[in-house]
Design a protein around this ligand. Sequence first.
Ligand code: NAD
Length: 355
Amino acid sequence: MKIAVLPGDGIGTEIVAEAVKVLNALDLKFELETALVGGAAFEAYGHPLPEATLKLAKEADAVLFGAVGDWKYDTLDRHLRPEQAILGLRKNLGLFANLRPAICYEQLVGASSLKAELIADLDILIIRELTGDIYFGQPRGRRIATDGHFPGAEEAFDTMRYSRPEIERIAHVAFQAARKRSKRVTSVDKANVLETFQFWKDVVTEVGRQYPDVALDHMYVDNAAMQLVRAPKKFDVVVTGNMFGDILSDEAAMLTGSIGMLPSASLNASNQGLFEPSHGSAPDIAGKGIANPLATILSAAMMLRYSLNQEAAAQRIEAAVKSVLAQGLRTADIFSPGTTQVSTLEMGAAVVAAL
Ligand code: NAD
């Protein structure tokens, strides 16, 4: 199991170091190789995604990614900014499926803006298609002004488009993920208004016939947005297009209230994937030793589940995280009175001890 470890910038190095300790504490054999990415790579090689880093990522079974970015790079040309590294990795590895679980741990229900009974034990998985939809339709890239605006124009438009293979492959990811969970998929569309999403619905339904053990239902996106805050626990796996997924995955993530807790995965057709916390490089707290490493540790668990086929090890890590929360250990971002505040290093060590 070959893993490319790309810590990146800011808190990236601190949180990835803890995830690596957790991986090394499992009785599994990994080949871990670290490389620079983002601002750190720009400083060393003049590019946020150097050839050597890309080669390492391509040859690995999975990429464990920290975070990239810092305000000091905001004046750089767009193609040299740290965030371009993620887009470059997505494109070059063909990552088309973004998996974002929204899990609410019993001990952290107070962090959510919703009532405790609505989100206690919430465990849903939002699957967003990453390569198609209106974000990549015409007239992308045909802007008439270099600053991205349209001086004097009377209209602008974007084209929503999905091909059959694009929908089929994301539907397969959803049904296969559901098989590892409660065997329910909700496909979110806007088939009542958009031709693209009537087509989406038809293709997802066809693919669903290959998974008779998984229940499929369909929901319009406006209703899904409402149901996510009304009764989120009714969902299991939600699959949707790039734009609806962009919005719904952020909505679902915030149901749990704690950004330092949320892992994510981006997969390609051969289940090779990039695994990273949903948050950024947090330059405001970098170097202070207070960042929460749990989102990255949980991303490593997703890596074991989805790319390395080590479900038991993934569950062991998730159980260890639950156990440290039950012990009352909290980094500053999830601290509440009556719990014990710990550093990034102490949190990592506690997960290793719980394993
Ligand atoms: P951010 O997610 O880095 O931080 C938002 C807030 O959450 C900050 O107050 C931060 O201290 C806190 N936070 C984030 N992760 C935390 C953790 N693990 N533990 C404790 N607190 C945590 O978002 P931002 O401040 O808008 O962006 C900072 C930089 O990160 C920018 O350069 C941005 O472009 C980049 N970014 C990168 C990614 C990525 O690498 N995938 C994603 C989002 C933002």
